[in-house]
Design a protein around this ligand. Structure first.
Ligand SMILES: C[S@@+](CC[C@H](N)C(=O)[O-])C[C@H]1O[C@@H](n2cnc3c(N)ncnc32)[C@H](O)[C@@H]1O
Ligand SMILES: [Zn+2]
Length: 166
C-alpha cells in the first residue's frame, strides 16, 4: 500500500451510529471495527469506556504520516471545492482572495527534507496562507523519488528551543 495513493477519511461515532443503525445495546458489546481508517469512532467510544478494536491496513503507517496525508487531502479538497465552484478561491482562515503563484516549499518525503522552488500554489493575498493541490504534491513526490537535478545542498541546524517567553 502506498500512502500517497490513499485518501484517508473517517467518520464519527454519531455517523457510525446512523450508518449501521447501532443501538445502545450494540455499543455496549465488544466491537471490532474492520477498515476503521482514521475514523474517530474508536477514540470516541474509548473515551466513553466502551471496547473497540480497529483493524485497517492503513495502520502500517504511523499517526503522523496519516495525519499529514489527511491534511494534505483536506487542503486539496478546499482548493478544489472553492476553485471549481467560485473560480477564485477564498482563504479558509481569513476569507481573503488568493492568487496563483510559484512558491518555495519545504517538503518532507521519506524522512528527507527538500526545499523546492517554483511550486504552484494558491496564496492568500491577505494572510499569506498557501494552498497546494494534492495533484501538485503527488507530482512533486514522484519527481523527487526519481533521479533529479540538485541545485544546491544546505547545511541545516536542528535545535530544541525550550524557553517560555512571557
Ligand atoms: C473510506 S475509509 C472509511 C473509514 C471508516 N470505516 C469510516 O467509515 O469512517 C476506508 C478504509 O478501508 C480500509 N481498507 C481498504 N481495504 C481494506 C481491507 N481489505 N481490509 C480492511 N480495511 C481495508 C482503508 O485503508 C480505509 O482506511
Ligand atoms: Zn488568508
Amino acid at each position: 500500500m502506498k500512502l500517497d495513493k490513499v485518501v484517508p477519511f473517517g467518520r464519527s461515532l454519531d455517523e457510525y451510529r446512523n450508518m449501521f443503525a447501532l443501538t445502545d445495546g450494540d455499543l455496549d458489546k465488544d466491537i471490532i471495527g474492520v477498515g476503521d481508517g482514521p475514523a474517530s469512532f474508536n477514540a470516541e467510544m474509548s473515551a466513553l469506556g466502551r471496547s473497540v478494536l480497529s483493524v485497517d491496513p492503513l495502520y502500517v503507517f504511523g499517526p503522523d504520516e496519516i495525519e499529514k496525508q489527511f491534511s494534505r487531502r483536506c487542503q486539496s479538497y478546499h482548493y478544489h471545492r472553492i476553485c471549481t465552484v467560485a473560480i477564485t478561491m477564498l482563504c479558509e482562515f481569513c476569507g481573503g482572495n488568493t492568487k496563483a503563484k510559484s512558491v518555495k516549499r519545504q517538503h518532507w518525503l521519506n524522512n528527507k527534507l527538500y526545499i523546492v522552488e517554483n511550486v504552484q500554489a494558491e496564496v492568500c493575498i491577505e494572510c499569506g496562507e498557501r494552498y497546494f493541490h494534492a495533484g501538485t504534491l503527488d507530482a512533486l513526490d514522484e519527481y523527487l523519488s526519481k533521479r533529479h537535478a540538485i541545485k544546491e545542498r544546505l547545511d541545516v541546524e536542528v535545535v530544541s528551543f525550550n524557553q517560555v517567553v512571557a
